[in-house]
Structures are given as C-alpha cells and as structure tokens.
Design a protein around this ligand. Structure first.
Ligand code: SAH
Ligand code: SF4
Ligand code: F3S
Length: 443
C-alpha cells in the first residue's frame, strides 16, 4: 500500500478542524490533527485561511445536524470564492441516508468519510490533490486498525487528554443513534491504553479522561474497569483520572470502592438517568429501574462522589406521571449538574417507529419545569461550598484570573497574585456561588 503520509509530506498545507459532538469526536479530531501535523501540515488560525477544512460531525440529535448544515452552507459559499479542500467526517455520514444526501446534494464536499476510517485521511487527501477525485468512503462501524499508531501531537489542552478505552456501543438504548454509527463495542487492550497514558504523562499531561460510551462494561484482556483504574493510577505524572460515560446498569460496588479509595481518581461520576420513570426506562431499553438508580446514587453520595446526569424529556409515550417520576429523582438525588435534552427522533432507531409522540409544546414545558427543578439544587450545592478551601486544577492561563476544576468537577473561577499554568494544582477559598460555578481566591 502507498505511504500517503510520505507522499503528502512535501505539500506543506494548512488545516482547520471543526468538531461537533462528544469527547469521542474531540479526541478523534486531535488524532486527525496529529496525523496531519506528523506530515508537516500546520494548523490554520481559521477555517477561512485553511487549505483543508475538516468537519467532524455529530448526529445524536437533530439540532446537532442542523448546526452542521448551517455551518456547511457557509463553506459552500466560501467554495465559490476561494480554493480549499472540504472534508466531512464523523458520525453524520455513518448513517446511510445521510451519506447519500451528502454525496448527491452537497457536491461541494470533496471528501465524505466516517468514524472508522479517519486514519485514512492522508490517503483521501492525496486522491483529491493528485487525482482530482471526489472521495466518498464510509466505514462500517469503528473497524480501526491499532489506534495507538496514530500519534497525537496536537491536543486541545496541554495538561489534560482523553484516552479511548473502548469504541462503539452495544447497549442500543431505543432513542440513540450512537450504536448505529459507531458500531459494536470493542475494548482496547490494557497494555495499549497504559502505554498511551504513559506517553501522555511524559508529554506533560496531568489529567486523563478515560473515554467510552459505557466505561463500566470495559473488558480488555479479562481485566475489568476497576482493575484498569488501579493500573492507570500507578502511572507517574498523572495527578487526576476521570472517566465517562457510566451506565447505571453496570456500575458495580467494586467500582464505587475503587473510585473512593484511589486518590487520583476524581470523586465525580457522570451517570445518565435519561428518565426517572421505570416504565419509560424499560421502553428505552435502559435495563434499570427508578429505585435501582436511586440506590446507586445514594451509594455514590455516601462514598463522597458527586453525581451529574443526562435527562431526556418528551420521550414517546411519556405521561405527566412519568415526568413527575423524573422530577422526583431530580429532587431526591440532588444532582451536581445535568445535561437536559428534548427527545429528538433519530431515524433507524427503534424509538423512531413510535407514533405516540409528545407534542412539542408539552415537551418544551416539561423541559422548562425540569431546569426549574435542577437549577436551585445546583445553586444550593455550590452555595454549600462557600467558605471552604478546595484544591483545584487550573485550566486556563490568564492574568491573575483563572478557570479551574475541583476534584468533584465543579467549575471554579479564582483570582490570584501569582501566575499559574494549566495543570497547576492550587488551593482556593470559595467566596461566592452561582448555578454553574463558584468563585474564590487562591490561598
Ligand atoms: N454513552 C453515553 C452518552 C450518549 S449521547 C450514555 O450512555 O449516556 C449523550 C446523551 O445524549 C445521552 O445520555 C442522552 O441523554 C442524549 N441523547 C441521545 N440520543 C438522544 C435523542 N435521540 N434525543 C435526545 N437526547 C438524546
Ligand atoms: Fe447511546 Fe445508550 Fe450507548 Fe449511551 S449507552 S451511547 S445512550 S445506546
Ligand atoms: Fe455525537 Fe457521535 Fe458523539 S453522534 S455524541 S459525536 S458518538
């Protein structure tokens, strides 16, 4: 096979990647950037000045796709003004209908590719540059070769990085497109993950986020997720370990105790609830009940672990009483934070077949009632931190004003006389609290 990286190396082009969606896509973008940097391409300051513009897309909700199409219309006009290569990759093209639409109706796109063949980007670029070809190449799921051979020289943050521990998803929640676009769940080998973390630590990374759609079901070389946490914990240089996402059905007591006992493992778990109604949860194929979720959240809180969540309102057939169950869980668990969504129909998923749709007006009302229940709880939790001294890891470098994260993932703004860099750990006295962050002063 041709070495496309070598062939492209002399070209010296600039690239710009626009990333939509979750941490998986963010990490994929870093990997693609790494591939391009490795052959001497450089990051452009903006899409307008780049030789190659890459869209790494998300299709988890209709609004995500609308955003991409909105931005693409600008690229279409830009194409009439100047020459550049436009590549559309990520989750959107992984849906057959969408790939067809992009192929037929968005002819200004030079490359349409998927999540499982992103490592072939150099080859696709070469085919456009040298042969004037239009490349439409969608992979089946995530049939990645050994992913560790893709170096990452470009990270969004110098001090923290995501590390994929698994790809794909086998859970098939009825509403969700992810298993359909990311393919079957596949755990990476323990040795590969640890080698990647060691390399990142040597490169200055202090915090890692272990990534998977359901990290609790990690099964690499017969080692489960708690064991992987213990092994990652031993790596020098890494000061904090986070992970996401956790599926409530697979969250074991062994994992709770590992999180509690391992000092570097942050005391925060993102535990999507989706709905508080056992009936809706069964419809969603989530495989836990309201009561089981409440018990798990209670165990986490008892172990000193903060819980954040994802909630969907307006799932087909959701009654007022189902929605009241969701509010009930919100009030009882007292989440530290939540991403809230209105159900969005995704074609190809089982829920898309449902005809008992919730009117938009009702879904909007429930959405507003949900946030009205959540926000005072989040504010009160933050207010309880006033007067306390907490250790934070700095995320930004600024002039005496910084953004940082506490161990339990609270966003902390703080002022200081001294200069700090991203990754520095600083004790901060909390003085004021808002819904989404707290503010204070370095001690
Ligand atoms: N693997 C993770 C995250 C998947 S996507 C998990 O299991 O939670 C992130 C969130 O998007 C989901 O938790 C869900 O709340 C939301 N989501 C997924 N599909 C959706 C849809 N069709 N409509 C609205 N929200 C959706
Ligand atoms: Fe989607 Fe469910 Fe898989 Fe999460 S666990 S990615 S919500 S199917
Ligand atoms: Fe979106 Fe794909 Fe992530 S659909 S949420 S970018 S896995």
């Amino acid at each position: 096979m041709k070495d496309y990286r070598a062939l492209l190396a002399g070209k010296n082009l600039s690239y710009f990647i626009k990333t939509y969606g979750c941490q998986m896509n963010e990490r994929d973008s870093e990997k693609m950037a790494g591939l391009l940097e490795q052959i001497g391409f450089s990051a452009a300051q903006s899409a307008e000045s780049a030789d190659i513009v890459i869209y790494n897309t998300c299709c988890v909700r209709e609004s995500a796709e609308d955003k991409v199409f909105g931005h693409l219309s600008r690229e279409k006009s830009a194409k009439a003004q100047r020459q550049f290569i436009l590549a559309i990759g990520g989750c959107m093209p992984q849906q057959a209908e969408m790939a067809e639409l992009l192929r037929e109706k968005h002819k200004y796109a030079d490359i349409v590719f998927g999540t499982g063949n992103r490592h072939r980007l150099p080859e696709f670029l070469w085919r456009v540059i040298e042969n004037g070809e239009r490349v439409i190449d969608i992979s089946e799921g995530e049939n990645l070769p050994e992913i560790t051979d893709i170096p990452v020289t470009t990270r969004e943050f110098p001090h923290k990085a995501g590390v994929n521990i698994m790809y794909g998803c086998d859970n098939f929640c009825s509403f969700c497109i992810v298993p359909h676009v990311r393919g079957r769940e596949k755990s990476r080998a323990v040795a590969d993950i640890l080698a990647e973390i060691r390399a990142l630590a040597e490169d200055g990374v202090r915090e890692i986020m272990l990534l998977g759609q359901n990290v609790n079901s990690y099964a690499g070389d017969s080692s489960g997720f708690p064991e992987l946490l213990r092994l990652a914990h031993e790596i020098d240089g890494i000061r904090r370990i986070r992970f996401m996402t956790s599926h409530p059905k697979d969250f074991s007591d062994e994992l709770i105790s590992a999180v509690k006992k391992l000092p570097k493992v942050c005391k925060h778990v993102h535990l999507p609830l989706q709905s508080g109604s056992t009936r809706v949860l069964a419809d969603m194929n989530r495989r836990y009940t309201k009561e089981e979720y409440l018990v798990l959240a209670e165990k986490l809180h008892t172990a000193g672990i903060a819980v954040t969540t994802d909630i969907i309102v307006g799932y087909p057939g959701e009654t007022d009483s189902d929605f009241e169950d969701t509010l009930d869980v919100v009030r009882r668990v007292k989440f530290a934070g939540a991403f809230t969504f209105i159900y969005s129909k995704r074609s190809g998923t089982p829920a898309a077949e449902r005809t008992d749709l919730i009117p938009r007006k009702v879904a909007n009302e429930r959405f507003d009632r949900l946030t009205a229940a959540l926000y005072p709880i989040m504010t009160a939790r933050n207010e309880a931190k006033i007067g306390r001294a907490i250790e934070v890891m700095t995320e930004s470098a600024g002039e005496y004003q910084y953004k940082a994260r506490s161990d339990d993932n609270t966003l902390v703004h703080f002022s200081a006389e001294a200069a700090f860099s991203p990754g520095d750990i600083v004790p901060v006295k909390i003085e004021t609290a808002k819904t989404f962050y707290v503010s204070g002063r370095a001690l």
